[in-house]
Ligand binder design. Structure first.
Ligand SMILES: Nc1ncnc2c1ncn2[C@@H]1O[C@H](COP(=O)(O)OP(=O)(O)OP(=O)(O)O)[C@@H](O)[C@H]1O
Ligand SMILES: [Mg+2]
Length: 351
């Protein structure tokens, strides 16, 4: 019952109960007993008023005490409690709003803890990845200074290694800068509606030339309708394909590499499947490969291992396109990376 209704009922009761009593009493009592009647009337008025004030007071005080306790808990940083609202009045509503606010605050606090944990991990990963080439550079420079590189061949080898390590650092820093820009949405997307068939054919032609030079077989299958269109940022989507294909090349362990690109129409989306016959990913690693800085142990130990952000960049870009990316893999025989991008649907014009 709403507080307003309760107050109206209390007011009506206060007015009617003593009046009803007065009407009945006038009939029952003799006029000479009027003094006693007045006394009883006062008592009835008093009790009615006290009862009603208590009733209204309870309506306000119980939820108020709950809210006070809740506010105190929140002030102390404790968000693990529950505010239950029994009444169906304004206070009940306030309690429910308060409970919603508590749940949101709790979710935010948990998100912040997770964010802080991720950031710490990020910093430790960055330091680790930068430290490895720096240590190598330092070692080789010390070698040169100490005269260890005493032949022109050795000197040449040392300088080349220093150069390669510096390049590695440069690449990592560039990737990190790009990731941070993508993560904080500082990269403006230029979405355009283009023919899916033409766009992916262009990509496939570039891939064909790149892979042919690397002696890797490339197969392209397109099962798209002539007029199907996609809404994409061509440059960013190209980055996704490049990141995926560069992994296929990097983690290729067969003498004759083979990469495939299949395009399918799946309802509201166009699905792109990039397959390889590389070393594959174990089922225990598969759920984590899109996490930033995640590398499988094998790639961490190998000289080919990158910084582990290529796929997280790809995932972020695909999600910005309203799609998603996933992978299937068989260890030892290869991986298929799939992603979908939304199709452009023409809205039929009414005549
Ligand atoms: N096609 C693939 N075959 C085998 N393993 C793969 C393949 N693609 C990804 N992986 C595994 O997933 C991990 C994450 O890939 P991701 O592209 O994010 O990082 P990376 O290649 O190590 O580094 P980066 O791309 O930043 O240079 C890789 O380290 C690798 O272990
Ligand atoms: Mg990669």
């Amino acid at each position: 019952m709403k507080l307003k209704t309760k107050l109206i009922i209390a007011f009506m009761a206060m007015m009617t109960l003593p009046t009803v009593f007065l009407i009945i009493a006038r009939r029952v009592f003799e006029p000479r007993e009027i003094g006693e009647l007045q006394q009883m009337f006062m008592i009835i008025v008093f009790f009615t008023a006290a009862l009603l004030v208590y009733w209204v007071y309870r309506t306000v005080s119980v939820p108020l005490a709950k809210l006070q306790e809740a506010a105190q808990n929140i002030k102390d940083g404790n968000l693990d409690f529950e505010i239950t609202a029994e009444a169906d009045d304004e206070f009940g509503e306030l309690c429910r709003d308060f409970e919603e606010m508590r749940l949101r605050l709790k979710a935010n606090a948990e998100e912040k803890v997770e964010f802080d944990r991720e950031n710490k991990e990020l910093i430790s990963n960055i330091s680790h990845d930068l430290k490895t080439p720096i240590t190598a550079i330092k070692g080789y420079v010390e070698g040169i200074m100490d005269g260890v590189a005493d032949t022109p061949e050795k000197m040449d080898k040392y300088i080349k290694t220093i150069y390669n390590k510096a390049n590695e650092m440069d690449l990592l820093i560039n990737e990190l800068t790009l990731y941070s820009k993508i993560d904080t949405n500082r990269i403006p997307y230029n979405f355009t509606t283009i023919s899916a068939k033409n766009y992916f054919l262009d990509c496939a032609e570039d891939l064909y030339l790149e892979l042919e030079a690397k002696n890797v077989e490339f197969e392209y299958n397109c099962c798209l309708e002539e007029d199907s269109k996609v809404i994409v940022d061509p440059e960013q989507l190209r980055r996704v394909i490049n990141n995926v294909v560069s992994n296929s090349l990097k983690y290729m362990d067969k003498p004759k590499g083979r990469i495939t690109m299949d395009l399918k129409d799946v309802g509201d989306f166009i699905q792109v499947e990039l397959g390889d016959n590389g070393k594959g990913i174990s089922p225990k690693d598969l759920p984590f490969i899109f996490d930033r800085f995640y590398r499988t142990d094998a790639s961490r130990n190998s000289s080919k291992g990158g910084s582990g952000i290529g796929l997280s960049i790809a995932q972020k870009i695909v999600e910005e396109h309203g799609g998603n990316i996933w992978a299937t893999s068989v260890e030892g025989s290869g991986t298929v990376m799939c992603f979908v991008v939304r199709k452009y649907q023409e809205v039929p014009m009414d005549e």
